[in-house]
Design a protein around this ligand. Sequence first.
Ligand code: BGC
Length: 479
Amino acid sequence: MNRRKFIQNTSKAGSLLILPSGISQISNSTNPNFTKTDFGKDFKWGVATASYQIEGAWDEDGKGPSIWDTFTQNTNRIKDGSTGNVACDFYHSYKSDIQLVKDLNFDVFRFSISWSRIFPEGTGQVNQKGLDFYHRVIDHCLEIGVEPWPTIYHWDLPQALEDRGGWVNRDIISWFEDYSSEVTRAFGDKTKKWMVMNEAASFCGAGYLGGFHAPGKRGFKKFYDAAHHANMCQSGGARVIRNEVQDAIVGTTISCSWIDPIDQKEKNILAAKKLDAFLNRLYLDPIVGRGYPTDAGKFFEKIAERVPDSDYEKLKFDFDFMGVQNYSRTVAKKAFYIPVVKAFQVPPKKRGVPEDQITEMGWEVAPDGFYKILKQLGEYKEIKRMIVTENGCAFPDKVEGNSVHDPRRVQFFKDYLGNMLKAKNEGVKIDGYFVWTLLDNFEWAEGYEPRFGLVHVDFNTQKRIIKDSGLFFKELLEE
Ligand code: BGC
């Protein structure tokens, strides 16, 4: 049976759990030069996840299809031909998986809500069973003393809405508002910490410009509109949370990367500025009230030209925190053949970065870039507080008995945490750090090959094994 078939046919076995007590000590690990106390007693430690990447149960209990169901099942654009039909089967194993969050001594479980579980058609009729599932997740978190932090949207748009134009259709602003109202009214009494959206940059760029993520669309016009509508929804959704949830703490999440020019030539310095606008500022500046980054060139002027004046006030929101997500750094070079932006990211291999400093995603391990981007964001006086809502890495793992020794991942976390602490000690207001991610899972167009989890998942049996990196956090966070 090929891998794709096997994954689709895997039964919904409850997860087999290997508890930490059954696991050997972390190999190859030296003590980091910080302790939990250095981050402060109110600092939040968490793990982040996303509905499509872990839940499975893609058509269960009345859920409608999302663009990722369509993209994985009807195209051949996933590297290993897999789908998220079963994924980690979190839909059924949520109790034991959330227990893992607790066992590893984290405070917070960040998860996202699948829009098409709540509204199978995107709008209109609510699916009570979908709401019930997230009630169960939240209740279980509260029961065992883990804080549930929902994200309203992490890329799995209902297919019914994509059929009406998806993020390109301006009506999405009101569709998103209705959906946000429904979930905040349902869960707002139980949970106060909310994030509106996960990385608009990724789903707009990869889904509507590059076409390698769902819904697989390409084209600048589509992209301009999708990006602006996503920004309108970041602030629109935030307003809904503020109105519906008493004492809410409201955030959204942005992907960000420190950008270096490949050399000090003027054209490459300009390329770095353009990529900074494209990757970092496009989704942040408008929502904190700075407007679009038109100082970075024509491309951004074009987006701004399409925006009705009356949108600017609505774009702005006074977020309680900004969720910052970082994995690597970017090195920019001018490229006349790249339409519009005229700049590209030089891959680490081409720059001579040693193999052991490149993750399975092809990303450079760049803890210093993490420090620098935190400092860069620290310059925004509009950002009140920051929480690192994602940071992590994928390396090939090997199961040895009931252990997974992953020294490169452990080292990654030590180095990134050390750099975050340095930024924090220098005055950047960072209130928390969430690891991407709890479980190995469906890594979008890359399928199941890259493994980001602190917990290894065997996708044939659904057995979980806590990796050394998971044990590293368990020890670090021990009271
Ligand atoms: C996304 C995750 C993804 C991770 C690693 C983040 O940008 O939010 O969904 O799995 O990157 O690629």
